[in-house]
Write a protein that binds this ligand. Structure first.
Ligand SMILES: CC(C)(COP(=O)(O)OP(=O)(O)OC[C@H]1O[C@@H](n2cnc3c(N)ncnc32)[C@H](O)[C@@H]1OP(=O)(O)O)[C@@H](O)C(=O)NCCC(=O)NCCS
Length: 164
């Protein structure tokens, strides 16, 4: 199993993996499936940076013998604040509980530190106890900011953060 950035030319695979994730866990994603489906391969190809030094974003996948088992990405804010926004964390149901979530976060943290990021932030659905427990274990705390999910107005996302 390796954690690696999505490579150039893998935008189609990434789009399919993302849609699989949204279908599996819609409550974990801000946008509904029909909005996610509107994002073309070009959009996902932009995340396929191969970890280039100048890239402002990266999407990591956990890959095992060619199969993708999980993903998580992040982007550096362009306002010079040094904040890294993490997004799109998902592990296929059959690979959960193996620590892939933590490895994916570690990869994001390393990538951000290498580029001078000082803080990481993301939203997690308040009812997602498994994810929140994982993030707390890794040192993330709620910021107090919350927002309703566009995919489900009955659900609220809360932002969590940690210094890098
Ligand atoms: C949240 C998520 C990414 C965690 O990934 P993971 O690789 O399973 O993470 P871990 O291996 O560290 O396990 C986290 C917890 O899952 C639970 N878990 C263990 N085995 C599991 C299994 N087979 N199935 C489901 N959950 C399991 C455990 O309670 C574990 O907590 P622990 O630290 O007390 O053991 C994953 O559950 C997931 O993709 N969920 C749906 C999408 C989602 O919620 N994304 C986060 C959006 S912010």
């Amino acid at each position: 199993m390796e954690i690696r950035p999505v490579a150039h030319g893998e935008g189609t695979l990434l789009r399919e993996f993302r849609l699989r994730a949204v279908r599996d866990a819609p409550e974990a994603f801000y946008l509904p499936l029909d909005e996610e489906e509107k994002a073309t391969v070009d959009v996902w190809e932009r995340w396929a940076t191969s970890g280039a030094e100048t890239a402002d974003r990266v999407m990591f996948v956990a890959a095992e013998i060619g199969d993708w088992l999980g993903m998580a990405g992040c982007s550096l804010r362009s306002d010079g604040s040094g904040v890294l926004d993490a997004t799109g964390m998902w592990v296929v149901p059959t690979a959960r509980g193996r620590g892939l979530g933590e490895l994916l976060i570690d990869a994001i943290v390393d990538w951000g530190r290498h580029r001078g990021a000082v803080r990481m932030e993301f939203a997690v659905t308040e009812s997602n106890a498994v994810a929140i427990r994982l993030y707390r274990r890794l040192g993330f705390e709620p910021t107090g900011r919350r927002r309703r999910l566009e995919s489900n107005s009955g659900l609220t996302g809360m932002f969590m953060t940690r210094a890098l």
